[in-house]
Design a protein around this ligand. Structure first.
Ligand SMILES: Nc1ncnc2c1ncn2[C@@H]1O[C@H](COP(=O)(O)OP(=O)(O)OP(=O)(O)O)[C@@H](O)[C@H]1O
Ligand SMILES: [Mg+2]
Length: 287
């Protein structure tokens, strides 16, 4: 890991996300640049769920804007998920093929449970339809890859947990959300589901339990306290902890199987209106 004082940090300068879009989930999206200026890519066709943590204002949502702006034009991708903030998903996707797979806001939390369950049923259909001697699907325009974004998952769980108790024999919205999320995480990879979860702190409970959290192969931490960093990346990250506790927005620690732990600067899309424009101009329209 390169050292140096903060003002020599090769990651101190922001860089703008170029106007790039992928045509298929096989193509890599740009995740960021490492300390040597090398670009890091990730193809969503690779069977990895993605966990993003970071304190308030650390750059999680901006990073997600950049990822989704790169993915939204791909024929074989649907951008699905739950967003209680209604900024990342929802309105920017009006009129696109993605919108019907998204639940937004906090007015109707049952809608979020129902949406996740709808995704689980697509997953179940796909699992049941796997031909003999085949253990995974190849995403295509007819059988698209679902990128299931869950913006502020701990907040969704908290909001669902604050709902009135369900009637006798009824399942709570909280249970339904947890169960559907866990099924997508544990069984979805083979059949074209990739979950991207955002959280301020990826604590075990807040992520739906230890087993759920273990399912994320690609992990990025924006500015977080040392204990949160170690929670997601293991003890090897300890030497970075102090420095990363004051990281600038858009600077993250990234780990993934088969990669060395790296510090990265993620691309910056700019104003929110730019995200809306890119989705409006590139996303696949509603058929
Ligand atoms: N990659 C980046 N490069 C430069 N500045 C950035 C970058 N990402 C974020 N910022 C700045 O930080 C601000 C906060 O970023 P963002 O909204 O993504 O944080 P967040 O982690 O989602 O926070 P919250 O938990 O409050 O939702 C942005 O409005 C922007 O000014
Ligand atoms: Mg945010």
């Amino acid at each position: 890991m390169a050292g140096g004082s903060a003002d020599q940090d090769p990651l101190s300068e922001p860089f703008a996300l170029p106007r790039i879009t992928v045509q298929t989930c096989e193509d890599p999206v740009l995740l960021g640049r490492d300390e040597f200026g090398d670009a890091l890519g990730h193809a969503f066709a690779d069977a990895a769920h993605v966990a993003l943590q970071g304190q308030n204002g650390a750059g999680k949502s901006q990073f997600a804007y950049g990822l989704l702006a790169q993915l939204a034009a791909a024929d074989d991708v649907r951008i699905a998920g739950s967003d209680i903030t209604g900024l990342l998903l929802g309105r920017p996707y009006t009129g696109t093929a993605h919108r019907r797979w998204q639940a937004t806001g906090t007015a109707d939390l049952e809608e979020h449970a129902a949406l996740l369950e709808r995704l689980v049923s697509v997953m179940d259909e796909r699992l049941a339809a796997l031909p003999d001697r085949v253990d995974k699907i190849q995403p295509s325009p007819a059988v698209p890859l679902f990128v299931v974004v869950v913006e502020e998952f701990p907040g969704l769980l908290r909001a669902a947990g604050a709902m009135p108790k369900p009637g006798r024999g009824e399942r709570s919205v909280l249970d339904r959300i947890r169960a559907a999320n866990l099924r997508l995480l544990s069984e979805g990879r083979k059949v074209g589901f990739r979950v991207i979860t955002l959280a301020q702190r990826a604590e075990t409970e807040a992520m739906g339990g230890g087993y759920a959290r273990d399912q994320y192969a690609l992990r990025l931490s924006f500015r977080v306290p040392g204990d949160s960093l170690e929670m997601l990346h293991g003890p090897a990250v300890r030497e970075l902890a102090q420095r990363h506790a004051t990281a600038k927005p858009g600077v993250a620690v990234l780990s993934a199987p088969g990669r060395n732990l790296v510090r990265v600067r993620v691309p910056y899309l700019g104003a929110y209106a730019e995200y809306c424009d890119r989705i409006a101009t590139t996303a696949r329209k509603e058929p």
